[in-house]
Design a binder for this molecule. Sequence first.
Ligand code: TXA
Ligand code: MG
Length: 348
Amino acid sequence: MDVSEEPINIEFIREASEILKKGGLVAFPTETVYGLGGDATDKEASKKIYQAKGRPSDNPLIVHIAKFEQLEQITKDLPETAKKLADAFWPGPLTMVCNKNEVIPYETTGGLDTVAVRMPNNPVALALIEESGCMIAAPSANTSGRPSPTKASHVYEDLSGKIEAILDGGTVDIGLESTIVDLTEDVVTILRPGYINMDMLREVVGEVRMDPGIVYNDKGTTGGAKPKAPGMRYKHYAPKGDLTIVSGEEDRVISTINELTAQAEKDGKKVGIIATSATAGRYGRGQILIIGDREEEQSIAHNLYDILRQFDELDVDIIYSESFATPKMGQAIMNRLLKAAGQKTIEV
Ligand code: TXA
Ligand code: MG
């Protein structure tokens, strides 16, 4: 159902709302990535979500709301920081993990006593929550292990025939999943980096730390620390081609990728390269895809998942990527890219 034009076609929103109220599933756009929605208070709907995605049922879902009061309805011991963060960043790409009460069933929270909640900044998503009267449990609308969907066509590729409807709101804005913060401990802790970065959070709540389970050392390990967000423990976002990130000074990165590509092609492999608009012309071989422009770091976040899907379609055996540790979104971009690469990096 096409809801990409304003004013939004309210008939489609009503139809999708009816599906949700009856316990069915609807994929919908948010500003980060597409979500696969069901009524968050309905445990059968949550079970269907896990089934459609092929997702392990111990990996909890995010509950999407349209009013701050809904956060109060489903949580207990809500800290003051929740209100401060909501005032600063909601609606927007920030998810807060809080202690849950009995309103949200364990099927939605993967058995946890906490619940992850976010108010998305997308008119279709907000209209759907309001019209249905449901708080909507929604993971990213991809098959488990595939890149998150940033266009309705990605959702269609993964979930067609498995869900009742897709609301097509066009390409999303941000392209990476929301920042997740844990508010259940003394210090606000980032469980998943995203568009809302550490500096932005510190301005609002003071001390903020990174979950040690997602901080990798130069050996490519977390020194044994396990990520607190269950979803960050799984191998995720992995393209079919074997991805390696090459980082260092630009000229050396380019010459290294050119050498590695030539060698791999000699061995009969099909190679893909993730380049920027400034560097693409300097690669001589391989399937070169332009991710964006370093000066506009949002463009890189925006295109990353689409590029990974394109390489799957091109059936490349090997992918080499430049590194994108840009100032604001670099932490989020590199978190996803390193995961897709299984942490494989070459420093030059
Ligand atoms: O931007 C987003 O957050 C998108 C859109 C659709 O809102 N949603 C999304 O959902 O990325 P999903 O299911 O793909 O990722 C949710 C992450 C998982 O890593 C999950 O383990 C974590 O949130 N999570 C959910 N509830 C949690 C909880 N109570 N405690 C810790 N982590 C939690
Ligand atoms: Mg996901």
